[in-house]
Design a protein around this ligand. Sequence first.
Ligand code: SAM
Length: 241
Amino acid sequence: MKPRFKKKTIVDPRIKDQQNVINKKLKDPVIREKLKHLSNLYTNKHELYPKNRGYKEYNYAFLQLLEGKPLLEFVLKRFKNSKKSKLTIMDEGAGLTRFLTEFKSLLEKRNINSETTAITLTPGVDLKNSKVDILVKQKSQNFKPFKKYDLITSVFGGVFYNISELDKNLILKFSHSLSRNGVFLFGTNRLKPLKNITVEEHINNIKRTMIKNGFRLDFKFAPSNNNHKLPTYIFKIERLP
Ligand SMILES: C[S@@+](CC[C@H](N)C(=O)[O-])C[C@H]1O[C@@H](n2cnc3c(N)ncnc32)[C@H](O)[C@@H]1O
């Protein structure tokens, strides 16, 4: 199936500036020595931080929120009566974009067109080695969504790395870019108490904010996900039809 749109990459120039500043600092031998132990943590090889989960892993991560269906079936059922010419799908914090590539192929097998957008800061991803249609190399905090999405996913993405008082803004921004009936699935395991509030209060605050803004939020604590290096706090936010 041929895509009816042009593939493109969007690069935030600030990323280059930040890289230049970091590279300059790293030339300083004192700073380099101090940071040496950290570099092991952030390589692709570090087994605790996989950057290339695929459909199988995403499906498992969110299973408990998908009404007992695999992710593909869940999405197909949700949009089966829509007259859309394509499904718009975004993965926030997409790593090496394996999930989007596999999900797009699964949809193609069902004769369903999709336009896939990846937001990723992982080095080395480009349109030549990835099947995504729109590649955004920009922090999610700076990203301005330019269309509505039917499905947004985030597995240990920017939302995970920015869980703080600001999180609701990021979550709200993505929720507001959902199409009617669109779904935002995200997972994290970094919901720590903030300024004397417990994790439960934190979740309830997020939930209240979402309801006030006209969304439905489902939340599950899925401790078994931990055995598979998958997020244990999983959320589903839906824009109501
Ligand atoms: C641990 S990897 C997870 C990748 C993929 N979702 C997976 O599960 O395999 C984290 C991803 O989030 C991206 N990321 C981290 N902070 C981000 C931010 N502030 N905005 C956008 N992406 C971010 C990284 O570039 C990387 O692609």
